[in-house]
Write a protein that binds this ligand. Structure first.
Ligand code: ATP
Ligand code: MG
Length: 426
C-alpha cells in the first residue's frame, strides 16, 4: 500500500464532530458584533511580505522567526498572514474606507505562524479580529472591552477570564522610557536570560515580558513605564478606567503588559485564563494610532483586538459550558423499509421542510434492516424517528417514535404529520 500523506504539523482538521461547537462560537460572536454595529470584511490570506515587516516590526518574534514566507512564481516575496490587522489596514486604505469616516470592522479566518505546536498553540490557527478606525476617544476602547465582556457572559466564561490592562503612552514617552530601561538593565546584562540580552538591543520593552525568574527579579527595581507617561495618554487611560469602573468591569493594571507587536500605543489589554496552562491569553488588543500612517495613509486613530478561536473552544470544553442543544444537529430521522418507501420518505421530508424551514430532518437513504436504521436514528441525536414501513405506506400513515423519552410510539396520518410535529417540537 502507498504511504499515507498526513497533514502538516500544527495544522488541524476540524472534524464534523467538532464543527457544531465552532459554529456555536462563531454564531454567538457574529450576533454580538452585529448587535454593536460592526461590519464584516474579508481579506486574502496571502500578502506581500513587506506589509507585515513594516507593520508588526522587523525585530518582533513574529517577523524574525514565525512567518511562512515564500517566493511565488514571479519571484515576489509573499507571506501567509500571521495576523489580520495589517491586512485590514491595507485593504481599508486601498479601497478608501478610511477617508473622512469611521469604521467598525471584523473578520475571521486562519492565521499562520511557525511556532512550536502544543495545546492552544498551532501553526494554522483561527482568529476573530475586530478593528475600529477614526475614533481617538477612550469610549471606543471601552466599547471593545465591554463587547468582549458581554461575549464571555453569553458563553458562560465570565468567571474563567480576567482582564489585564495597561497603557503604553505616546511613541515619544515610550522612547524616553525605553532609554531609561536600557540604562538600568545594561548594568545587569550578564544576569539576563539569553532572549532578554538579545532584546535589550533590539526590542527592550519585550524584556518586561520575560518568563525567566532571574530576569523578573531584576525587573522589580526597574524604572516604571507609568512614571514616563505623557499627559494625553494619562488622561486617556483615566477616562477609559472611569468607563470600565462605571460599567462594573474588573481589571488588573499590569505595567509589564507590552504585547508582541510594535504598532501599539496607549491602551493595551489581554483577557487571560488560568485554565489553559501557558497558552492562557484568549483575546488581546490595543490602540495603534500610528499604523495607518506608517503604512502610507493619513494619520488615523485605531484600536482593535483579536481572539484565539481554538483557545476559546478549549476553554468552553474545559469548563463544560457548551449548551447540549449545540451538539444536537438533527430533529428527525426518517427510516424507510420496503418497496417504494424510500421515494415516499424523500417526498415527505421535502414537504416537511417546505412547511417548517426550521426543522432539521435526516432521511436514512441506502436501505438496510429496521434494526440497523433505528441504530442510526438513535446515533443521529434526533428527537424523533419517523418510520415508514409497508403497512404505513399502504395506509398513508407514519409511525413516530420518541427517541429521548419513554413514550408509546404513535401512528398518525401522513397528512397530519406536519401539524403533529409543529405541536410536538414547540
Ligand atoms: P501568545 O503570547 O500566546 O503567543 P500573541 O501575543 O502572540 O499570543 P496575538 O498576536 O496578540 O498573540 O494574537 C491574538 C490571539 O490569538 C492570542 O491571544 C491567542 O489567543 C491567539 N493566538 C496567537 N498565536 C496563536 C497560535 N500560534 N495558536 C493558537 N492561537 C494563537
Ligand atoms: Mg505569540
Amino acid at each position: 500500500m502507498a504511504k499515507k500523506i498526513q497533514a502538516i504539523r500544527g495544522m488541524n482538521d476540524i472534524l464534523p464532530a467538532q464543527s457544531p461547537v465552532w459554529q456555536y462560537l462563531e454564531g454567538t460572536v457574529k450576533n454580538l458584533l452585529a448587535g454593536h454595529g460592526y461590519d464584516e470584511i474579508r481579506m486574502p490570506i496571502v500578502e506581500q511580505t513587506n506589509l507585515f515587516k513594516r507593520s508588526i516590526g522587523e525585530v518582533t518574534d513574529i517577523v524574525e522567526k514565525e512567518m511562512y514566507t515564500f517566493e511565488d512564481r514571479n519571484g515576489d516575496s509573499l507571506t501567509l498572514r500571521p495576523e489580520g490587522t495589517a491586512s485590514c489596514v491595507r485593504a481599508c486604505e486601498e479601497h478608501g474606507l478610511l477617508y473622512n469616516q469611521t469604521q467598525r470592522l471584523w473578520y475571521t479566518g486562519p492565521m499562520f505562524r511557525h511556532e512550536r505546536p502544543q495545546k492552544g498553540r498551532y501553526r494554522q490557527f483561527y482568529q476573530v479580529g475586530v478593528e475600529t478606525f477614526g475614533i481617538s476617544t477612550p469610549d471606543i476602547d471601552a466599547e471593545l472591552i465591554l463587547m468582549t465582556a458581554r461575549l464571555w457572559q453569553q458563553l458562560g466564561l465570565t468567571d474563567a477570564v480576567t482582564l489585564q490592562l495597561n497603557t503604553l503612552g505616546s511613541n515619544a514617552a515610550r522612547a524616553e522610557y525605553r532609554a531609561a530601561l536600557v540604562e538600568y538593565l545594561s548594568q545587569f546584562k550578564d544576569q539576563l536570560d539569553e532572549d532578554s540580552q538579545r532584546r535589550l538591543e533590539s526590542n527592550p520593552l519585550r524584556v518586561l515580558d520575560s518568563k525567566d525568574p532571574d530576569t523578573q527579579a531584576l525587573l522589580a527595581d526597574a524604572p516604571q513605564l507609568h512614571d514616563h507617561l505623557d499627559d494625553d495618554s494619562r488622561e486617556h487611560f483615566a477616562k477609559l478606567r472611569a468607563i470600565l469602573d462605571a460599567a462594573g468591569i474588573r481589571y488588573e493594571i499590569n505595567q509589564r503588559l507590552v504585547r508582541g507587536l510594535d504598532y501599539y500605543n496607549k491602551t493595551v489589554f489581554e483577557w487571560v485564563t488560568e485554565q489553559l496552562g501557558s497558552q492562557g491569553t484568549v483575546c488581546a488588543g490595543g490602540r495603534y494610532d500610528g499604523l495607518v500612517e506608517q503604512l502610507g495613509g493619513k494619520p488615523t486613530p485605531a484600536v482593535g483586538f483579536a481572539m484565539g478561536v481554538e483557545r476559546l473552544i478549549l476553554l468552553l470544553e474545559t469548563l463544560d459550558v457548551i449548551p447540549p442543544a449545540v451538539t444536537q444537529t438533527v430533529d428527525l430521522y426518517l427510516c424507510a423499509m420496503g418497496e417504494g418507501a424510500d421515494l415516499t420518505a424523500l417526498l415527505l421530508a421535502d414537504n416537511l421542510r417546505e412547511e417548517h424551514s426550521w426543522l432539521r430532518i435526516q432521511t436514512h437513504c441506502g436501505g438496510g434492516s429496521f434494526k440497523s436504521q433505528m441504530k442510526k436514528a438513535d446515533k443521529s441525536g434526533a428527537r424523533f424517528a419517523l418510520l415508514l414501513g409497508e403497512s404505513e405506506l399502504a395506509e398513508q400513515q407514519i409511525t413516530i417514535k420518541d427517541l429521548r423519552n419513554d413514550a408509546e410510539q404513535q401512528t398518525v396520518a401522513q397528512a397530519g404529520l406536519s401539524d403533529w410535529l409543529a405541536e410536538a417540537m414547540l
